[in-house]
Design a protein around this ligand. Structure first.
Ligand code: PRP
Ligand code: ADE
Length: 178
């Protein structure tokens, strides 16, 4: 069942105090990736969260680096393409950039010009939402390219940091809330 899959996924999220900076409780998805049953479960659960958009998703966009670990598997399951949203200076050709503030720093996220056709429907995937800065920047990027963001999808939502408030109402779906 979905509840059993969710419980398995929750058991495979590591907890590392004071990483990468003192005071941050880091939620580590590496154990989840290492266990094939848990990994299948997480991809199936992410797909379930997209049920109301079934048939209308054109592309999955994944955020560097941990959105890359989930996005392509989800995209393959849905039978759609994947586009990477990367940190500054990593993508070749003409790019478009949006800067944002992190729980522990400042960064820039970029997409390739022409990564999507205007009007295409995109779902953005990442492992985790904290302050929401990364996800909000990703939404802006997709919109600047002329795409429509149907849904933002994460495994873990750190509820106290209220990242969902940086996004449109009901834009965010999460599997686990802490
Ligand atoms: C983490 C995480 C999200 C982001 C969430 O990535 O994977 O992308 O932080 O934080 P926010 O909601 O406060 O913006 P990080 O920036 O550490 O980069 P990495 O995946 O490349 O290590
Ligand atoms: N990104 C931002 N905050 C995080 C946390 N607490 N654990 C893992 N990744 C994060």
């Amino acid at each position: 069942t979905s509840a059993e899959k969710t419980a398995l996924v929750a058991r495979r999220i590591g907890l590392v105090p004071d990483f990468p900076k003192p005071g941050v409780l880091f939620r580590d998805v590496c154990p989840l990736l290492k266990d094939p049953e848990a990994f299948n479960a997480v991809i199936e659960l992410l797909e379930e969260k997209l049920q109301k958009h079934v048939g209308s998703v054109d592309l999955i966009a994944g955020l560097e680096a941990r959105g890359f670990l989930l996005g392509p598997s989800l995209a393959a399951r849905l039978g759609v393409g994947f586009i990477p949203l990367r940190k500054k200076g990593k993508l070749p050709g003409e790019t478009i950039a949006v800067s944002y503030t992190l729980e522990y720093g400042q960064d820039v996220v970029e997409a390739q010009m022409g990564a999507l056709k205007p009007g295409q429907n995109v779902v953005i995937v990442d492992d985790l939402i904290a302050t929401g800065g990364t996800m909000a920047a990703a939404v802006q990027l997709i919109q600047k390219l002329g795409g429509t963001v149907l849904q933002c999808l994460v495994v873990i939502e750190l509820v106290e940091l209220r990242g969902r408030e940086l996004l449109e109402a009901d834009m965010l779906q999460s599997l686990l809330q802490y």
